[in-house]
Design a protein around this ligand. Structure first.
Ligand code: F0G
Length: 406
């Protein structure tokens, strides 16, 4: 489609081969350059005849809607979380609940665009490495598009719900001896040999769809721009996608200030945070990432440099949270707001609490926490951290006795 081109983020070269994932000239990261001239003539409300969701923002997307592969992704709720806000001392706290996407995570935003593009290209096989959500999402969109799908998963570390989804949607589910970074290296090799079309977020079309979460937040807040957006960082493409969306809204003149993008990593998998703390533009990969938030158990984030740029350029921040803080935040959201998110997603809320406590976040900030995935993805972690079921005899008296206990 003529509304964009793929270029190297590092050296600016045009890249025409759709099967390469890095710049053939310098090895740099790729990105999509959108031609937004026509959008400059429009206002946000001009898009409102299409329902809230990824495809409302088609003029910002590098795919012709005629090839759309969609299961109604996006359009997720933005909650004004008053109880959470009171608890952490930030009354203007919101949660964007991405767990209500079709396969239960934000990945569906990128996948509708990525798989639509794969269909445009006539790809015969698509694939990805994944900590779980990307594979669940790709498996669903591939089956919808009737394209064969292979997913490469780190052995033994994928939450049950995510594994079930990939199997259920009929992907070839491959358990790789190693962690996510090892699985991604193999998937990239397959892609370089043109044996599959890679739909990890190193593919520049994926973040294009993920931009839509920022567009939705702006629409849902009637363009009252939040001061800050907080999100978990794993392979680091989502924070880049949100940054890119901000830059494009600025380019078309729809916003004049940009939220401070704030990335949260788990203490045991935090290469981006360490680079931020050292004021570096690049990170040092970690060999053995470990965290209860398996979705972000990543030591060598492909888009780490882009994430650091996004954070610095928006005067944002990056910090770690412990596994205990993640579980406490997950339970706080559940018990006070009735929202069930997976551990990685709770990292954003744990980060909100921590950064308020240490004074990085002011009390009067308007802050949106992005909660990236549904708690039902990982029931084992939830059950392990909740009180057990109560054994109860089959009588009213026994139930009454139990209800009287604290
Ligand atoms: N939250 C959840 C629930 C995720 O699944 C992921 C990434 C992230 C946050 C981090 O996003 O990688 O763009 O920084 N999951 C990938 C996967 C790695 O394979 O599902 P990121």
């Amino acid at each position: 489609m003529a509304n964009h081109k793929v270029v190297c983020w590092d050296c600016g070269a045009d890249v025409s081969d759709p099967y390469v994932n890095t710049c053939p000239k310098c090895g740099g990261l790729l990105t999509v350059k959108m031609d937004l001239e026509a959008v400059k003539e429009m206002k946000p409300a001009d898009l409102h005849k299409t329902p809230l969701g990824v495809w409302r923002y088609a003029p910002f997307m590098p795919v012709d809607p005629a090839h759309k592969v969609s299961i109604q992704e996006g359009g997720t709720p933005l909650y004004k979380t008053e109880a959470l806000g009171a608890e952490v001392g930030v009354p203007g706290a919101y949660v964007k609940f991405e767990g209500l996407n079709p396969t239960g995570s934000f990945k569906d935003r990128g996948m509708t665009i990525g798989v639509s593009h794969a269909k445009e290209l006539g790809a015969k096989v698509v694939g990805c490495a994944s900590t779980g959500n990307t594979s669940a999402s790709l498996a669903a969109y591939a089956t919808k598009a009737n394209i064969k799908c292979a997913v490469f998963l780190p052995s033994g570390k994928v939450a049950a719900g995510k594994l079930a989804q990939a199997l259920f949607f009929g992907a070839k589910v491959l358990s790789i001896d190693g962690n996510f970074d090892d699985a991604l290296a193999l998937a990239r090799k397959m892609s370089e040999e043109k044996k599959l079309y890679l739909l990890n977020s190193i593919n520049p079309y994926r973040p294009e769809g993920q931009k839509s979460v920022l567009f939705e937040i702006m629409d849902q807040l009637q363009y009252n721009i939040p001061d800050r957006i907080i999100l978990p960082v794993g392979n680091a493409a989502n924070i880049w996608a949100i940054y890119k969306a901000c830059m494009e809204l600025k380019e078309v003149g729809w916003i004049d200030k940009v939220p401070m993008l704030t990335g949260i990593q788990a203490e045991g998998a935090s290469p981006v945070v360490k680079a931020f703390a050292a004021k570096k533009n690049d990170f040092i990969p970690e060999e053995c990432p470990e965290t209860v938030a398996t979705a972000i158990r990543i030591g060598n984030p492909v888009s780490g440099r882009k994430a650091l740029h996004a954070i610095y350029d928006t005067k944002g921040y990056a910090t770690t949270v412990t596994d205990a803080e993640i579980i406490a935040a997950q339970q706080l959201l559940g018990r006070r707001e009735g929202v069930c998110v997976e551990p990685a997603s709770a990292a954003s809320v744990a980060g909100l609490k921590k950064l308020r406590e240490i004074g990085i976040i002011d009390r009067d900030e308007k802050v949106v926490c992005i909660c990236t995935g549904n708690g039902l993805k990982d029931p084992d972690t939830i059950i392990a951290n909740c009180p057990g079921v109560i054994k109860c005899g089959n009588s009213v008296a026994e139930v009454e006795k139990i209800l009287l206990q604290n």
